[in-house]
Design a protein around this ligand. Structure first.
Ligand code: NAP
Length: 245
């Protein structure tokens, strides 16, 4: 099938896939949600902003011949992932989910798995100093956490924030020594993270292990049924080549 390839992005994998496809002469359009003020832009064409739900994405896919869609959004961008699956089913345009593997605990790790940000907030209720690294969305879940929260995000979070919060604006990649120093400086007793996977933000896990700190890890949302999954950019590029040339 010929036509453009839509990459739903907002991740390093999305950027790298767009670069690989553009480099191979494929007409790639990357889509970003528009949440980050100064996004790292991928090569090729870029569109920014929501589509307007399933109907909006279906309309966009039908505006011009579209050979395939790769959903390379973050593992926790469940809304966009569900929308992509429904729009693919409605249009018959093939869809691939590109999702990096989750993290795996190593010897010495004290990880406590939970199913949601609300469960993570409950799990840290007994700690005096909490490092919240789950991003700027969903912080309302931590509004009643009694301990002090060091909240790190790329862009400023909007209220409600934890009652006692220090906000640190920073973007990965982070390194282990700096993470250890940061945790020491703020007297961090427990770290909260999503199971985002990948190397960009994994240093906090190593730092927590070295410092003997527990980590509350939020499980990923389930993937839609019937959508093939690739774990690497290379595998996704191969899939696109088999559908779009
Ligand atoms: P979400 O909850 O799944 O999506 C909410 C809505 O935002 C979607 O229904 C869609 O709006 C729009 N949207 C999301 N991703 C889009 C994209 N790539 N292109 C166009 N519209 C998009 O998503 P989210 O968790 O807010 O994440 C937003 C973006 O940030 C994603 O691109 C994701 O890859 C990135 N990100 C998310 C996280 C995280 O922890 N959730 C972390 C790092 C990066 P319409 O319904 O109007 O189409």
């Amino acid at each position: 099938m010929t036509g453009r390839v839509l990459v739903l992005g907002g991740t390093g994998e999305g950027r790298r896939l767009a670069a690989a496809l553009a480099g191979a002469g494929i007409d790639v359009v990357s889509s970003l949600a528009g949440r980050v003020a100064d996004p790292a832009l991928p090569p090729g064409r870029v569109r920014i902003g929501g589509f307007g739900g399933v109907a909006g994405l279906v309309a966009w896919l039908r505006e011009a011949p579209t050979a395939a869609v790769v959903d390379a959004t973050h593992p926790f961008a469940a809304g966009m992932t569900a929308t992509a699956a429904e729009a693919s089913a409605a249009t018959g345009i093939p869809l691939l989910r590109l999702q990096r593997p989750g993290w795996t605990a190593r010897p010495g790790d004290d990880w406590r798995w939970v199913d949601s940000l609300a469960d993570a907030a409950a799990a840290v209720a007994g700690f005096g100093s909490v490092f919240v690294t789950t991003g700027r969305q969903g912080l309302a879940a931590f509004a009643d956490v009694p301990g002090h929260c060091l909240v790190r995000s790329v862009d400023p979070p909007s209220p409600p924030l934890p009652r006692r919060a220090t906000v640190l604006l920073d973007r990965g990649p982070f390194d282990v020594a700096a993470e250890r120093a940061l945790m020491g400086e703020h007297g961090v007793e427990v770290v909260v993270t999503k199971d985002s996977g990948g190397p960009m933000t994994a240093a906090k896990l190593t730092a927590a292990r070295e410092l003997g700190l527990p980590v509350v890890v939020v499980r990923r949302p389930a993937l839609p049924q019937g959508v093939p999954v690739a774990a690497t950019v290379g595998a996704a590029a191969d899939w696109v080549r088999s559908h779009a040339i």
